[in-house]
Design a protein around this ligand. Structure first.
Ligand code: 5GP
Length: 189
């Protein structure tokens, strides 16, 4: 979606695919990119900072904002609620930023419906085996959670075809270059 000068970018990939690592490089290399900070009811992981990685909120507060129509989209993922606060995204778009929504597929589909001209990019793993290896290597989740996330990943991959662009994260630098090329194609036209 182009609002004045800003562009809304739907950026999705299954858990463990490396989309957070790609995102860090994107933020370093392209100053117009801003990452929307989501609200979540998930407890913080070690090292995660409230207001930076997520706004960590209670279920009650999350649902109150949903009732107030305060989210662009929201969804339940592996037992926790996640949502994109509307106000923050609108402000960033008005400033002319490229606003990335790093969200899962249910929310992604809601965004596509509401904003048909959103730029949508799906990050794919080289294979399911590699995804499992990365998810385990991260060491941040328990076995039951890893299994849940792997099952979820299979469902999510089925939706990748509905995204405008698919980028395989085989080589980090190559994946970052590809996302930037796509973004520039849409912002520097
Ligand atoms: P994690 O718990 O690993 O941080 O995130 C789990 C999944 O939720 C990831 O796929 C992540 O991209 C997604 N997610 C993060 N924020 C949001 C959001 O605001 N809305 C939706 N729908 N998904 C989100």
């Amino acid at each position: 979606m182009k609002a004045d000068k800003g562009i809304l970018v739907l950026y999705t990939g299954c858990s463990g695919v490396g989309k957070g690592t790609i995102m860090k490089q994107l933020l370093r290399r392209e100053p117009t990119i801003r990452l929307s900070v989501s609200n979540t009811t998930r407890p913080p992981r070690e090292g995660e900072i409230d207001g930076v990685h997520y706004n960590f909120v209670s279920r009650e507060d999350f649902l109150a904002l949903a009732d107030d129509d305060g989210y662009i989209e929201h969804a339940e993922y592996c037992g926790n609620l996640y949502g994109t606060p509307k106000q923050q995204v609108e402000q960033l778009l008005a400033q002319g930023c490229s606003v990335f929504l790093e969200i899962e597929v249910q929310g992604g589909l809601q965004v596509m419906e509401q904003y048909p001209d959103v730029l949508s990019i799906f990050i794919l793993p080289p294979s399911m085996e590699e995804l499992e290896r990365r998810l385990r290597g991260r060491g941040t989740e328990e076995e039951a959670v890893i299994r849940k996330r792997l099952a979820q990943a299979k469902t999510e991959l089925a939706v990748a075809d509905q995204y405008q662009y698919r980028v395989v994260n085989d080589d980090l630098n190559k994946a970052v270059d590809e996302v930037l090329t796509i973004l520039h194609r849409h912002t520097q036209a």
